[in-house]
Design a protein around this ligand. Structure first.
Ligand code: ATR
Length: 277
């Protein structure tokens, strides 16, 4: 039996490296592969899950939304985010979950002991990753979320999306051209793909920030984006996206196999990933 990560492109995905390590360690006798697919193949892949011919799928860009129409049942979290990254057969139904947001919060809690409750968070980006992370920040009862995105109408759309579910949520629009986080901010997250290209960066005025502020870039390749380097140089605690990637994979693995991974499993895989690029 096999599991796949599907998307386009998937060439650089670290997911096979991560899952095959745990699959071997727990002697599951399976294989996890990557498959670059066109959109019109999604329905037949889901059908293979339904028939038990594929054990599980991870969905990556650009199909996290497109796949939903073929799924029998989706979790509250996935519904909240409007995107799925994990698929498997549960009680004879094809089930879809999204583990991205919880991967993010778990990674940060473990690495920095950060407590989300009552904190102010500054989020860059209003794409798929941002929805996943913000949905989990809300669950964690943060006090306030500032959101900025290059395309401002998408920032407004995101704020409306979450406030339509709960009008009391404290979400504030921030102009992309004037990024000056205020002194109440505890955590800054880059959820955009800005920085994947090593010469890309962004002007953020950090003069108001307290020294305990944490900066997280969900990009893991390059290991340090220009933005991360800038925050590091200024003495802030920084984390890249690799721990988040591994934690979201761990949650998928737990769903597929009902095996709880421990910190050693996570750390072993992290070392292997770090050495691989
Ligand atoms: P993902 O699921 O990874 O979030 P996405 O939904 O395509 O992917 O969203 C990409 C995000 O990165 C968006 O917030 C996008 O901003 P726009 O809405 O303005 O496109 C942001 N992004 C990508 N390239 C960027 C760049 N060069 N500068 C600023 N933001 C960028």
């Amino acid at each position: 039996m096999t599991l796949f990560v599907i998307g386009k492109p998937v060439k650089h995905s670290l997911s096979p490296l991560i899952h095959n390590y745990w699959i071997k360690k727990y002697q599951l006798g399976l294989e996890y592969k990557k498959m670059e697919v066109e959109k019109d193949l999604l329905a037949s892949l889901v059908e293979k899950i339904r028939k038990g011919k594929i054990t599980g799928l991870n969905i990556t860009l650009p199909y996290k939304k497109d796949i939903i129409q073929y799924i029998d049942e989706i979790s509250h979290t996935a519904k909240d985010i409007g995107a799925i990254n994990t698929v498997f057969l549960r009680k004879k139904k094809v089930y879809g979950e999204n583990t991205d947001g919880v991967g993010f919060t778990r990674a940060l809690e473990k690495k920095t002991k950060f407590k989300f409750s009552n904190k102010s968070i500054f989020v860059l980006g209003a794409g798929g990753a941002s929805y996943g992370i913000i949905s989990n920040l809300i669950k964690k009862k943060v006090r306030k979320i500032y959101v900025a995105n290059r395309t401002s109408h998408k920032t407004k759309q995101l704020i409306n999306f979450f406030q339509n579910k709960n009008k009391n949520l404290n979400l504030e629009f921030v102009d992309w051209k004037n990024l000056v986080p205020t002194s109440d901010v505890d955590l800054i997250i880059n959820t955009t793909s800005l920085g994947m290209n090593e010469n890309e960066s962004l002007e953020i005025d950090t003069h108001n920030l307290r020294e305990k502020v944490i900066f997280v870039d969900i990009i893991y390749n390059p290991k340090e984006t220009k933005l991360l380097k800038l925050f590091k140089k200024e003495g802030f605690i920084c984390m890249n996206g690799l721990s988040m990637l591994i934690e979201q994979a761990a949650v998928s693995f737990e769903l597929w196999f009902n095996i709880s991974l421990n910190n050693k499993d996570i750390e072993e895989v992290k070392k292997i990933c770090e050495a691989s690029y």
